[in-house]
Structure formats: structure tokens, C-alpha cells
Design a protein around this ligand. Structure first.
Ligand code: GUN
Ligand code: ZN
Length: 446
């Protein structure tokens, strides 16, 4: 039922409720129920305590399967849906060889409209019910994605990438057009349905100083908009940033001196930071976004969660499709676990699941709306099956606790373990997908 927006949907959804609030201790209802109406959770708790008024609503019964908040992906690239798994050594080669070529296709409205739905289809298939996405430099890429999300009542934040140097001509804007286009997007879409617009400088290397100033102006003019960018991902990138901004103290200072760093700033990667930079991020309240599959795939380095957390830096975890190699937040948790483990850092399964749900909601400032199953929250939740594959079923036979079950889901799970996805209370994984190209139709922009 694509296109169904909030309406008169009333439903009781039964299963094992598991979610997190302020700490790593889960709230669990073994025989739980959610009462969902008009896209919101009206009530959650033990099924035996379900209030009388909800009892004659239609029931979906998921038995002993876990129901948990939908995953939140706070760093993903819409125009890289077909770049995933491109053979490159490291970031700059990968950008120049594949990514900057592919993103040129997103200047065409018809192509963007199809790809926007295919992008949302993938997110939903993988249990991701909210994302913060980079669009390409083209305003139409962002507006197409915003339109598709509004149409499907999907919670999404995006913005057009601002980039006025160091990329092919066809991918360049100017300081003025990037400022104007971002303002137009904010005026047209910010707060419409469940979508928002983010100020989206691609990274310091693809912006002139004039554009960095314009970005700072937008940050001051729209303090409730998120800002998304990349910081300190790759050593060759760091060297190029030093050359491009010789008077800056370091990479973090490049953003800070233009006023880009606030508590609304999502900084992808944050791998090679000095102590000064870590302190600066902590002071500004900005978020370091851990993108493990991307960091391993592009050989960028290891995110030091312990160091950042100890210094008071807020963190999040994300796929970074298409530098990242999986759309699945479960697979992302699995790779994140390994990145931390190789550095001698433990990551408890409760903390892992909290991070991908409530923790990421806090990182993007939406914890009052998403990331938990308490009454009043938006009804974005997923159903997980620890026996989804034969290997998982084999392993699940010996699972004796919730903590073990969540760990098996994270380490062995992917989209197959996500058996249903409710978007604003509507089951959306099992319905027809609308983003597939029609037979014989080509969407090549060339
Ligand atoms: N830095 C600048 N652009 C990108 C991008 O598209 N992906 C990643 N991983 N890093 C970037
Ligand atoms: Zn990225």
C-alpha cells in the first residue's frame, strides 16, 4: 500500500518487545503488544494488560519474535546506490574513478524519481526506517528523494551536496547557487510530512572558502537543520586538506573556523583526529559517525570509539553506502564490533542495539519521536527472526538469553533476519515494491 499516509490505521501488534531508553538496560515485554493508531504508538506493554479500547482492533501476532524500533542510518549516500562494491584502493581513487562519475547521472529528474524509490525500498528491506542521506550536487536529486519519502510517509533527512571545486565540472555548483538551492529545499520541504533538509557540504576539499562561508551562513540562519559532512577519513585526504587550508590548525578547525560545528553537525568517519580535534568536537557537541564497513572497505582506518566517548564526543553508527558495503544496520553492527574488538574494545550487544536505534535517534536529535517503543513515539518498528537462515537457526538452538540472541542477530543477521518493517504503523516489507524499473526501460542519463 505504497502512498498510504497517516490515516485511520488501527492495529495491535504482538510479539516480544525490546527497546532502550536512557541506558543500556533493555525494556522487555516477553508477551508484549503495541497499539498503533495514525502512525503513532498509542500504548505499549504486556499483552495481558492491553486496555479494553484496543481489544477489538485488528491484531498482527509475531509470536516470540523480537519487535524493536526500526534502525536509523545517519550517514548514507542516495546517489551511490549503484556504487557499492566498486573496486578501488582508497577514498580519493574511489571518488574519482566511480563515485564522481555515477553521481553525474542524478541531474536527470526521471532517473532520480525511480532511484529514490529504489533507495527507499532497499532501506525498508533492511529494516532501516529513518535515514540521513547525502543527495548529489543536483537540487533535483534531493527534491526527488524528499518527494518520494513524503509520498511514502518515510522519515528522512537529506540535502543537496554543496561542492564547488575539485570534482568534474558537471558536479560543481557555486557558493551562491549552493546557498540558494539549499534555502529553496528548506523552504519547500523542511518539516513536510516526516522529512527534513540538512545542510550538506560534501567535505572541505570540494568547497572553496567562499562556499565554506555560505555554509556557515546557512548554519546560523537555520539552527534547527542538521549539517552532514565528512571529517578525517583518509590520510591522503588529510594531506590535501592541509594544502588547501594552510592557515587552519587542523582538519576539524577547517569546519570550526567557518562555524560549521554545532550539536546538529554529523561528521562522518573521524578516524585520524588529534587530541585538540577530539576536544573541539566534544566542546561543540558535534557527532562522530562511525561507518565501519566503509572504513574497512576503503582501508581508511579504525574508529576509536573508546577514545571519543571518554572525551565526551557524541557518536553514531551508519552504513555510508556506497563506500560502505552493506545496507544492513545488523551487518554494520557486526563489522563495528570487529573494528572495536581488534582495538581491544568490548561492545556489549545491548549497547550495540541501543546505538542503532535510540542512540542514533539522539545523535540526530529525534529521540522524542523515534528510536523507542514507548507510547507517543512514531510507529516505526521492525520484527526480527533469530532463526532466519539455516546457520542462524542452528546457532539459535543454544541461545539462552536475550543478550546472546541480540548478539547472534547482529553478528549473523542481515536483511533476511528482518521479517517485517512497520513504517508509521503500516507493514511495509512484505508489500509490493514500487521502485523497480519497468521491463525494457533504461534509466541511463547518458
Ligand atoms: N568524502 C567525500 N565524499 C565522500 C563520499 O562520498 N564517501 C566517503 N566515504 N567519503 C567521502
Ligand atoms: Zn559518506
Amino acid at each position: 500500500m505504497v502512498g498510504t499516509v497517516v490515516g485511520t490505521v488501527k492495529r495491535v501488534v504482538r510479539g516480544r518487545l525490546v527497546w532502550f531508553e536512557d541506558d543500556d538496560q533493555p525494556i522487555v515485554y516477553e508477551r508484549g503488544a503495541l497499539a498503533v493508531e495514525d502512525g503513532q504508538i498509542r500504548w505499549s506493554g504486556d499483552f495481558s494488560a492491553l486496555p479494553e479500547i484496543f481489544k477489538d482492533w485488528p491484531h498482527d501476532d509475531h509470536g516470540t519474535r523480537i519487535i524493536t524500533p526500526g534502525f536509523i542510518d545517519p550517514h548514507i549516500h542516495f546517489p551511490q546506490s549503484q556504487v557499492v562494491g566498486s573496486y578501488a584502493g582508497s577514498l580519493l581513487e574511489w571518488l574519482n574513478t566511480y563515485t564522481f562519475i555515477e553521481e553525474q547521472r542524478y541531474g536527470e529528474a526521471a532517473f532520480c524519481a525511480v532511484m529514490a524509490n529504489r533507495f527507499l525500498d532497499q532501506l525498508i528491506q533492511h529494516g532501516t526506517t529513518t535515514c540521513v542521506a547525502f543527495a548529489s550536487v543536483h537540487k533535483v536529486a534531493a527534491s526527488s528523494l524528499l518527494d518520494a519519502a513524503v509520498e511514502r510517509n518515510y522519515r528522512l533527512v537529506t540535502g543537496k551536496s554543496m561542492m564547488d571545486r575539485n570534482a568534474p565540472e558537471a558536479l560543481l555548483d557555486t557558493a551562491q547557487t549552493s546557498y540558494d538551492d539549499t534555502k529553496d529545499l528548506i523552504a519547500g520541504w523542511h518539516g513536510k510530512g516526516r522529512v527534513e533538509v540538512a545542510i550538506t557540504p560534501r567535505f572541505a576539499l570540494t568547497s572553496t572558502e567562499a562556499q565554506m562561508e555560505a555554509i556557515g551562513d546557512l548554519v546560523r540562519e537555520y539552527p534547527d537543520c542538521l549539517l552532514q559532512t565528512h571529517l578525517s577519513e583518509n590520510l591522503a585526504e588529510l594531506e590535501a586538506v592541509r594544502e588547501a587550508y594552510p592557515s587552519a590548525l587542523d582538519y576539524t578547525d577547517v569546519y570550526d573556523r567557518y562555524g560549521h560545528l554545532t550539536s546538529k553537525s554529523l561528521m562522518g568517519h573521524c578516524i585520524h583526529l588529534s587530541n585538540r580535534e577530539v576536544s573541539c568536537l566534544a566542546e561543540r557537541g558535534s557527532v562522530a559517525v562511525f561507518c565501519p564497513t566503509s572504513n574497512l572497505f576503503l582501508g581508511s582506518g579504525l574508529f576509536d570509539m573508546q577514545r571519543l566517548t571518554d572525551a565526551g564526543v557524541r557518536t553514531a553508527i551508519a552504513t555510508d553506502i556506497g563506500g560502505g558495503t552493506s545496507w544492513s544496520m545488523l551487518s554494520t553492527l557486526s563489522e563495528g564490533y570487529k573494528v572495536l574488538n581488534v582495538q581491544g574494545q568490548r561492545w556489549h550487544p545491548f549497547s550495540m542495539f541501543r546505538q542503532a536505534t535510540r542512540g542514533n535517534a539522539e545523535a540526530i536529535g529525534m529521540e522524542d519521536r523515534i528510536g523507542s517503543l514507548r507510547a507517543g513515539m512514531e510507529a516505526d518498528f521492525i520484527v526480527l527472526d533469530v532463526e532466519a537462515t539455516s546457520a542462524m537457526a542452528l546457532r539459535a538452538e543454544t541461545v539462552t538469553s536475550l543478550e546472546e540472541e541480540l548478539f547472534v542477530l547482529a553478528i549473523l543477521g542481515d536483511d533476511r533476519a528482518v521479517v517485517e518493517v512497520y513504517i508509521a504503523g503500516i507493514p511495509s516489507k512484505t508489500v509490493n515494491q514500487i521502485g523497480k524499473p519497468l521491463a525494457g526501460q533504461s534509466y541511463s542519463a547518458t
